[in-house]
Design a protein around this ligand. Structure first.
Ligand code: CDP
Length: 218
């Protein structure tokens, strides 16, 4: 039974790596950020963001969260990401979502012999005994450019593109800080994680580095 834990900053390439590893080894893959994003999206949709009971309401949504609903494209917006990062500081919410991630891991291992999770605290909190731990990062500018490309927007003016890029840089910087500084499960590499900077490598090169580590090749 193999557990693979992938952590890292936003748009560092961890999600693409998770999917590629899942295809290669036929282990189920879970992007755990989607769980936080799903709760954030529900809060926005139900107009519950500016209430005094934000933590309790987040927990209520988390308890009834259904994994089948994680494909919604609205989950990928910057507003949702920002709120996800804010509510990810709530200890009770994390407990509920942690249990869901552990259940996913256990059932995937039973059925398929392995599991791949990506997020912020997988190697440190969710799967502390994972067989392989990777911490993926890249420069802020490279990550913002990747996120912009993912959004697939055709800009009429160069200035609009520059503005959007700057806004992504600002959002990511803010989120990196919040995720890295929070008391509970902050974004830090596990002591035994392989730290990989993808600023100057592409997804295929990253996959090769990671599979060489997993398969014990130099
Ligand atoms: O896709 P991206 O890397 O931009 O973000 P994500 O993985 O979807 O995560 C959104 C937010 O959820 C992060 O900024 C974290 O605050 C939070 N998160 C977390 O706290 N723990 C996780 N295991 C996964 C996500």
């Amino acid at each position: 039974m193999i557990e693979i834990a992938i952590d890292g900053t936003a748009a560092s390439g961890k999600g693409t790596l998770g999917k590629k590893l899942s295809n290669k080894y036929s282990f189920p893959y879970l992007d755990t950020g989607l769980l936080y994003r799903k709760v954030a999206l529900e809060l926005i949709k139900e107009n519950k963001v500016y209430t005094t009971e934000l933590e309790q309401t987040s927990c209520d949504f988390a308890k009834i969260l259904n994994f089948k609903e994680l494909k919604n494209t609205n989950l990928r917006t910057e507003d949702v990401a920002k709120l996800a990062s804010k509510i990810a500081t709530f200890p009770d919410l994390r407990k509920i979502l942690n249990n869901k991630q552990k259940e996913f891991n256990n059932s995937s291992k039973k059925k398929f012999g392995g599991c791949i999770l990506d997020g912020r605290d997988i190697g440190t909190t969710i799967l502390p005994n994972a067989d392989f731990k990777f911490f993926i990062t890249a420069s802020l500018e490279v990550r913002a450019k990747r996120r912009l490309l993912e959004k697939n927007i055709s800009f009429l003016h160069e200035n609009d593109e520059k503005c959007m890029l700057q806004s992504l840089i600002n959002n990511m910087r803010e989120r990196d800080n919040l995720d890295g500084m929070r008391k509970i499960s902050p974004l830090v590499p596990a002591k035994d994680a392989h730290i990989i900077d993808t600023s100057s490598i592409n997804a295929q090169e990253l996959l090769l580095i990671v599979t060489n580590i997993i398969e014990g090749k130099k």
